[in-house]
Each structure stands twice: as C-alpha cells, then as structure tokens.
Design a protein around this ligand. Sequence first.
Ligand code: FE2
Length: 269
Amino acid sequence: MIELTHTKLHAGLEKPVKILHITDIHLTYADESDTPEHRKLMEKRRGVFRREGGFPPFTPKEYFEQAMALAKKEGALLVCTGDAMDIYTHGNLTVFKDIIAGEDLMFSPGGHEHQRVCRRTMEEPYPYPETARAKLERELGCFNLYFESRIVGGVNIVTADNSLDYFPKKTVEAFKRELERGLPMLVFFHDAVWDELLNLKAPYHENVRLTEEDYRTSHEMIELLLHHPLVLATVAGHGHRDEERTLGSKTHYMTSGLFKGKARLIEIE
Ligand SMILES: [Fe+2]
C-alpha cells in the first residue's frame, strides 16, 4: 500500500480540503509500436527503479491505481506532477491514458514526459520545447499542460508547467491572471525549486534553447511563488525524496516518487 506523508496547511477554510499529491511514477512500458531499442531500454529502466525504490512490493502501475482509489476514499483531489512516464513511448502513453480514462485528476508534466532517451537531453524526434508540449497535450487530450486551476472549498489549486526547468511565458501570464481572483493558492509543478532553478542562467536539458524572455519570466514566476501573499505553499516532485524547505516566506514541499510507493496527503484547513 502507499506510504503517506501528511501535510497540514492553514487557510482559514470553513471545511477542510484534501489533496493527494503523487509524482514521479516512472511507468516503464514499450509495446509493438515502439522500437526494439525502446523495449529493451524500458526493461532495463524497470530494474533501475525497482532498485532505487528498494524493491517495493507493487509496480508503479499498481501504485498509480492504488492512488486513484485512495484519493476517492479520502475525498481528496488527485494532483500528479509529472514523470508519470519514464520516457515518451507508445507503451507508456497507452498505459497512462488507460489508467486515467474517466478519472478526475490534475496533471502537470515532468521532463521525462518529453524525453525519448534517458539522459538530460530533449532530442529526436521533436523540436523542443513547444512542439513536444503541444503534441503531448493533444495526445493526452484532457489537460492543459501549461497551466490549470481549480477552486476547491475556497482554495485555488493550481498546476504550472516547469517541466523543462523554467516557467514559460504562457504559464506565468496565466498564473498572474489567476492571482486576480484573490483566493489563496496552492501551487503544484514538477521541478522542485532548487538552486539551479532559483539562479537559472542556462538550460538544464541539452537541446532546449531558452530566450532572454524565458529567463525573465521564469525568475518573475519564482519571485511570485516565494513572496506573493496569496500563495499558501508550493509542491513539487523531481527529486524522488521527501523534503521541506523554507523559500522566501513560503514552505516548499518536495514529494517522493510514487514508484517507491510514496505520496503526500495535504489537508488545508
Ligand atoms: Fe522523476
């Protein structure tokens, strides 16, 4: 079963709101539509994550299904912050779409949703980053990968894309519009705010070309996340470990990987 980290936040709500945060599922499937290389790679990577997870009793797919059931049982909104797929394969896309079909969740992508190989590169077959994001959005067909928001019990639950280690202009503009609603916001994104993101000067991934505007908007977004009075806290994944840091005037939570059987249950009061 899933091991939960419990987090309480205070927003002065009439009734508490629950969020189940999952991240870094790392599905490792490839099917007959994928290349033999990808099938071999996914088999190898399955072993990598089993070892990193300390040989957990369930597969990432089973943990994902358990998380769906747990969210319903808890009456919690399920929010997934990416790396659902270890790499972009037809097999992973199919399994991911099958599990989420007809389910209610919010999703923000991670770097791995865009990758075709297991290194920090965004190479073939798509030019990055805009084309990859748009293609994935079309294929999943049920998410806005840049930005989504949902008001639950007086709190604005927001997903903001930083899957390629910066916040794109489109995401930042949507976030600024959302602030005008004047509601407390809990903001989810994939890439935890770590030193490189705070001091972004160069792209983390090869083949991702950032413009001066990308650097500027990304820094502007981080300033808002760290200091804006409406931001309750920020929640991310990426590091495959549980962590809590104070950044600016906010708490920043990093949730461990679901492939290890771990998730975070957030209760907002
Ligand atoms: Fe990951």
